[in-house]
Design a protein. Structure first.
Lengths: 111, 114
């Protein structure tokens, strides 16, 4: 069936370190989004990236649709980066735009 | 408004009561989605509205759940005869028309069923 898998499930970093979060998906996609869920539960849009590479400050993302994965890079991490990162995917096989979410990566950045 | 808004932000109810949750999408967004997030989990799709097309209800977990949307504006999600397993955060998202457009989420309604 349709699957979205994120790794690692948990990550602990020292402030200033870099990290890579991965999202694997099982089928062709027409939408892929990365979100950061803050401690208050709000989902913050990081990237809309069904293919290609984008950068926004210390964050960047790459999606290789033909190989069915996406990567989120966080450089020079800060304590405010802590929280849960979700990858969410829309599949061509779906008749609607519903997003299928991974289980998330919980990031803790220590000062 | 500037973003998706939802009300109430928190709702505590007793088992067996009905609840109604409200979502106000971003102005101009014709697509509207409801998702549910159980504690420590990712989001699960519930229902999708696009303009005047028939909604995609494939994610609704039981017939106790229903949703309505008037035109391209406000939507309400109704849960009848609430059960404890309905306790979760209910999030609404909106996007421009077309299933492949970027979705923007509201702050959610935290529902607790006692």
């Amino acid at each position: 069936g349709i699957q979205v898998e994120q790794s690692p499930p948990d990550l602990i970093l020292q402030e200033g370190a870099n990290s890579t979060l991965r999202c694997n998906f099982s089928d062709s996609v027409n939408n892929l989004q990365w979100f950061h869920q803050n401690p208050w539960g709000q989902l913050i849009n990081l990237f809309y990236i069904p293919s290609g590479t984008k950068q926004n400050g210390r964050l960047s993302a790459t999606t290789v649709a033909t190989e069915r994965y996406s990567l989120l890079y966080i450089s020079s991490s800060q304590t405010t980066d802590s929280g849960v990162y979700f990858c969410a995917v829309g599949f061509f096989s779906s008749n609607t735009g519903k997003l299928i979410f991974g289980q998330g990566t919980t990031l803790q950045v220590k000062p | 408004g500037a973003g998706v808004s939802q009300s109430p932000s928190n709702k505590v109810t007793e088992k067996g009561k009905d609840v109604e949750l409200r979502c106000d999408p971003i102005s101009g967004h014709t697509a509207l989605y409801w998702y549910r997030q159980r504690l420590g989990q990712g989001l699960e799709f519930l229902i999708y509205f696009q303009g005047n097309s028939a909604p995609d209800k494939s994610g609704l977990p039981s017939d106790r759940f229903s949703a309505e949307r008037t035109g391209e504006s406000v939507s309400t999600l109704t849960i009848q005869r609430t059960q404890q397993e309905d306790s979760a955060v209910y999030l609404c998202a909106s996007s421009h028309a077309g299933g492949y457009n970027e979705q923007f989420f509201g702050p959610g309604t935290r529902l607790t069923v006692l």
